[in-house]
Ligand binder design. Sequence first.
Ligand code: ADP
Length: 158
Amino acid sequence: MKKRIALFPGSFDPFTKGHEDIVLRGLNLFDEIIVGIGHNSNKKRYFPLETMKALIDETFAIYPQISTVTYDDLTANMARQLGARFLLRGLRNTTDFEYENSISQVNRHVYEEVETIFLITSPHLAPISSTIIRELHRYGHDVDEFLPYKLSKATISV
Ligand code: ADP
């Protein structure tokens, strides 16, 4: 049978415990998961791209079936290039749903064979968002409790 490869795309600015949970739960569904940090070279990130990639790699170092890539392209094109027939996404609420609904249609328009698989957030992680973490961090608030262990131990310098 063909290997079930999923691309988990996102900005991951930063990668949070909510994201970590989606990847680990995705292991029950896929043979391989590629965390894809999408970045638009015209947009400035809050947490540096290469630092975030290295920390995600460290987070999943014990899982040979999880890897990380960075890309500046349409997500669907990246999936095709990686041989990933699945996109993995997390859903927290109806706002996520509205957005995910349209983006998944667009992705199938670009790459017809791709299927987006959604996992509903674990309730205790639902309030976590990268946007809120950036806001807390910007004003000097400790954000470790929202981050995977390896990220929380690294002093993320901005
Ligand atoms: P994007 O910029 O593409 O929305 P994000 O990095 O914000 O990327 O999120 C990537 C994916 O992770 C999205 O599908 C988002 O809904 C999901 N996600 C974000 N936070 C959580 C969470 N706390 N629980 C479950 N899924 C989440």
